[in-house]
Design a protein around this ligand. Sequence first.
Ligand code: ATP
Length: 361
Amino acid sequence: MNILVLPGDDIGPEITAAAVAVLQRASAVHALGLRFETRDIGMASHRRSGTTLPDSAMEAALAADAVVLGPCGMTDYPPREAGGINVPGTVRKRLDLYANLRPARTRKSLPRAVPGLDCLIARENTEGFYSDRNMFLGSGEFMPTPDLALSVRKITAQASRRIARTAFEYARRRRKSVTAVGKRHVLQLSDGLFIREVETVAKDFPDVAWREMDMDAMAADIYTRPERHDVILITNMFGDILSNAAVAMSGSLGLAAALNAGDRHAVANAGHGSAPDIAGKDVANPVGLILSCAMLLDWLGNRHGRAEFTRAASGIEGAVDATLAEGQRTVDLGGKLGTRAYGAAVAARLEQSADKLATVK
Ligand code: ATP
């Protein structure tokens, strides 16, 4: 399998190097046969070739079996005419990555975590309230007069159906429960359409229980009764907000994992930003991207029917849990390890687990 690595900006290259080290070790331990190719994107690419996303990198992403994408510092990018292309947005569109999957889980060993949380947020990624996602031409925000600004929210049956299907499929592999979130009583037409499609898809999954919940009720429930929620199926902007709250409840933004997936492509990219304030200091927490890479392996295992990929994904999750429980942590979690040292600790733990398995056999 060919994995394309796009390191990104600010802390991107540091956490990407740590995550790739873990993937390399997982590949060796589980005989996955992963091959890696790295291409510059972001400001590193702009300095050399005048664009943050060269065509060759985009073509490599289309050709790869899967992609690892570090966070991009887009606020520093020059305007589009001067080569500042929104890398995650363009990759998302070209690869049709309609599902943004963001897990959040409490680990007993971590301080500041809210107990009982273990959810996967399945967020629709291609439409909704974000002005860059809901128009063919132009922007979903416009200003008819200097004192009047309007935003359009787009919800389609087709996009609602496919994210619903993804959510129910993941629920089937977890605790078989879906909470579908909108605000149908206020956004009657758009969330009405969303929930109508969820109801239709749910009929194909009689083994999965589901309930509807309003976004405002959910904002309290995720905090007070987190154990009730397994897969949370949600439209774009609500999902963006809820997933940040959920990951903060799990202990640190540095733990935020995310997989952007479609029918044919998937991209691992952490659920946090490029953190320019701590870039280049070897202090960033690579857990988010490492766990995103585990999700990527799980996705590949599922897509290609390769159980060793699924096992490797669980192995990485277990290695992260074990290192954190032992107190091997980065600074944001009260530890002392640098980015590189933490990545090496997870990789070493993968090998130990494999040795133990070999001894038991
Ligand atoms: P964006 O708009 O791209 O989401 P942002 O500036 O809103 O970016 P982040 O870049 O995610 O947000 O940073 C928010 C805070 O969290 C910063 O103080 C940053 O240092 C911290 N942070 C983010 N990611 C990590 C990480 N992996 N390890 C440690 N701290 C992090």
